[in-house]
Design a protein around this ligand. Structure first.
Ligand code: SAH
Ligand code: SF4
Ligand code: F3S
Length: 452
């Protein structure tokens, strides 16, 4: 009797969409790697995906609402392809839990940022329960997650993220992160070093250490003693193949002496630091529970510049925090003028459910928030343009990461995180080479051919 040919199981298709911060980008990469191991192949569009993962952000109202409009669009696809599964991951999943499914019944799985290592098992359950009750896992044990994630084997890009710390104990009065990501947790130094070695072996030359409060990292060192982030950075700078290190995002309160010193002492540590200050008025900083004054921040900046004179700074700002007066806002403008930023993000205060600032009776009217934001952004944009223009005529080392829009063009990063477009073929992706900067735009630089 003839045997019937067995059909090779086709890889299933996975589409991941990432919102929010770099931590979510790292998590999305890890989820894709993990799902690749159980037969899912990543695709660039949701149309014929078997599984769509929305890795969501809850930080501001606009960010959180995006997920519901995206699920709305996916619902139409799902009507045509009822086998498609939709998973909502990340901070909206953590904050809203089962509520996500009540608002969006086409969602099959809700998985928090500390539970996604269990996705394969949840998928198997969801496939069995198709059309039935959804599956929710918002358990909170980051150590379990890191221990259980598989070791990836795919090549890494020239610049790779490495999460070393998660969660936040600071409780700024406007912020949801302590609730969505839980208490501060630092991965042990040995695990971080092992992952860095492995990333370098897979082709990464730059490692960006990630954490909600990355400079609060305190880990057990290989010899059992406690390590600080500065000590970890020194150890990572020794890893073969690691030419560049960065860390983000830092809190001014944890900018310790040894970390400031490391900026002067470790050449691999790039001269660019994202150090959010949020506001320039002590009254507002106090109401935000930032636990430092504007003068403390100015002093940190001075010391960083003394340690590493060419360091460039970035920050986040919130305008229209409850109780912020015109005078308070003027102090933010003054701080920005005094410090001088290479780059910054600025936001209107968004009242987030459950945070103390949301219940504050002194909410600032929307119109005033809008005016302040426009005013601040005009200043920040002009500082960014000035900084970019100051690079014209200089030779800067660029790490090439990806093809540019035009053929024969590559895009890389300068030490100061600027995107640099240069004339070079794809064979040079992964190269670190000097480029002469010829022109500066608001958001990027352009240069000639890189030196060999
Ligand atoms: N851990 C980092 C930032 C995390 S959130 C830190 O402490 O700086 C990223 C940025 O989003 C914050 O720096 C802040 O500027 C902004 N943000 C957070 N909550 C916000 C809110 N409720 N409204 C507007 N902006 C907010
Ligand atoms: Fe949010 Fe403040 Fe923690 Fe940053 S330090 S994550 S702004 S609570
Ligand atoms: Fe957003 Fe969560 Fe990051 S709320 S900013 S995705 S930690």
């Amino acid at each position: 009797m003839l045997e019937r040919p067995t059909r090779q199981a086709l890889p299933k298709k996975l589409f991941v969409k990432t919102y929010g911060c770099q931590m979510n980008m790292y998590d999305s990469e890890r989820m894709s790697e993990m799902l690749a191991a159980v037969g899912y192949e990543a695709v660039q569009a949701p149309d014929d995906a078997d599984l769509v993962v929305l890795n969501t952000c809850h930080i501001r109202e606009k960010a959180a609402e995006k997920v519901y409009s995206e699920v709305g669009r996916l619902r139409a696809l799902k009507r045509r392809r009822p086998d498609m599964l939709i998973a909502v991951a990340g901070c909206v999943a953590q904050a809203e839990g089962g509520e996500v499914m009540r608002r969006a019944p086409s969602v099959d799985i809700v998985v928090g940022p500390q539970a996604y290592h269990r996705l394969p098992e949840m998928l198997a359950r969801a496939e069995r329960a198709r059309g039935g009750a959804g599956i929710v896992d918002v358990d909170f044990r980051p150590e379990a997650k890191f221990d259980e994630l598989p070791v990836p084997e795919r090549p890494a890009g020239p610049s790779a993220f490495l999460t070393i710390q998660e969660g936040c104990d600071k409780f700024c009065t406007f912020c949801v992160v302590p609730y969505t990501r839980g208490a501060e947790y630092s991965r042990p130094a040995a695990a971080v070093i092992a992952e860095a070695k492995q990333l370098a072996k897979r082709g990464a030359r730059e490692i960006v250490l990630l954490g909600q409060n990355v400079n609060a990292w305190r880990g057990e060192g290989p010899e059992g003693r406690d390590w600080t982030l500065a000590r970890l950075i020194r150890a990572l700078a020794e890893v073969e193949g690691v030419d560049r290190l960065r860390y983000t995002t830092s809190h001014p309160r944890d900018m310790s002496d040894d970390l400031i010193e490391a900026h002067g002492a470790v050449p691999a540590l790039m001269p660019f630091l994202h150090l959010p200050v949020q506001a320039g008025s002590d009254r507002v900083l106090e109401r935000m529970n930032r636990k430092h004054r504007a003068s403390d921040y100015r002093r940190i900046v001075e010391r960083l510049r003394a340690a590493r004179p060419d360091i460039a700074l970035a920050s986040d700002f919130i305008v229209g925090f409850p109780g912020e007066s015109d005078r308070d806002f003027e102090q933010t403008m003054k701080l920005v003028r005094d410090v001088g930023y290479a780059q910054a993000y600025s936001f209107k205060f968004s009242a987030r459910p459950g945070t103390p600032a949301a219940a504050d009776p002194l909410q600032v009217p929307e119109a005033a928030k809008g005016e302040r934001l426009a005013c601040l952004q005009e200043l920040l944009n002009s500082q960014q343009r000035t900084f970019n223009r100051s690079c014209v005529g200089k030779r800067v080392p660029v790490l090439f990461e990806r093809p540019g829009r035009r053929r024969g063009q590559l895009v890389g990063r300068s030490p100061y995180m600027q995107a640099v477009h240069a004339e070079a073929g794809p064979a040079r992706i992964g190269d670190l080479a000097e480029v002469e900067i010829m022109a500066a735009g608001p958001n990027s630089l352009s240069g000639g051919s890189p030196a060999i």
